[in-house]
Design a protein around this ligand. Sequence first.
Ligand code: CP
Ligand code: NVA
Length: 301
Amino acid sequence: MPHFLDLHTTPASDLRAIIDNARAMKEARNGHPKGRPDAAQPLKDYVVALIFEKPSTRTRISFDVGVRQMGGTTLVLSGSDMQLGHGETIADTARVLSRYVDLIMIRTFEEATLLEMAEHASVPVINGLTNRTHPCQIMADVMTFEEHRGPIKGRKVVWSGDGNNVFASFAHAARQFDFDLVFTGPQPLDPEPALAGLYRTERDPDKAVEGADLVVTDTWVSMHDPQSARERRHNQLRGYQVNDALMARAKPDALFMHCLPAHRDDEATSSVMDGPHSVIFDEAENRLHAQKAIMQYCLQG
Ligand code: CP
Ligand code: NVA
């Protein structure tokens, strides 16, 4: 049974099949009340542990509701309430959890925690965000783009802002789904060197967004960034705000995405977030559908 740890470590054909399944499951629900079980119950008799070492609204709720719709049950756990990493090794927690649950989703700080969990668990492990990546988010983002605009292959995606964990998963997605990714942001906040070759850099945001099919940004201060860096980051990133003037330079039908939570009028103005290009709430909804398909992939291939 496969883990779902990152987009570059999951075969591209599997990623495509997951998105196709997510769309089919979304269509099959046909606007039913959220608590109504799906006609198919692929997680019947399965129990899923959802472990959070960082705050979460979308990931927590979309996984929990998704498991219920597919007939399974959940345990939503806070890392700090467990022995995870302080009372015992991550490996021992992984071995023990594998005796109780059928699937583990973890949101953590260090990628090493995720990898140790996956190495020692005998059940699949899903990455619900680390300091380095956020693959579930970008599966929802690709699904959302394609719902609105058709295949993402060959399209131009522009990331404006911090070269962070969400960008990293976009970079992996660019290779796997074959789209053109441009990073525009200040040099001190460049993406990590390991991502070189997966994207292009254009320091001038106005030039970067020319011809863009999709403009994306994220918070300027991530959960793992020290609060002491806040003012410096704001000063570095102010020129990369996504506002109406920047969106006007993209293609007329360009989409705008943000994984949320957003700091309105910092990284993106409310006029963009609530404007005609924005698909941020479809993006949030699609976390549910994409993750249901990811869980089914992990448990049933
Ligand atoms: N986008 C996202 O992962 O949101 P949460 O932090 O609320 O889960
Ligand atoms: N880059 C953000 C994403 C939150 C979903 C963070 O890591 O805090």
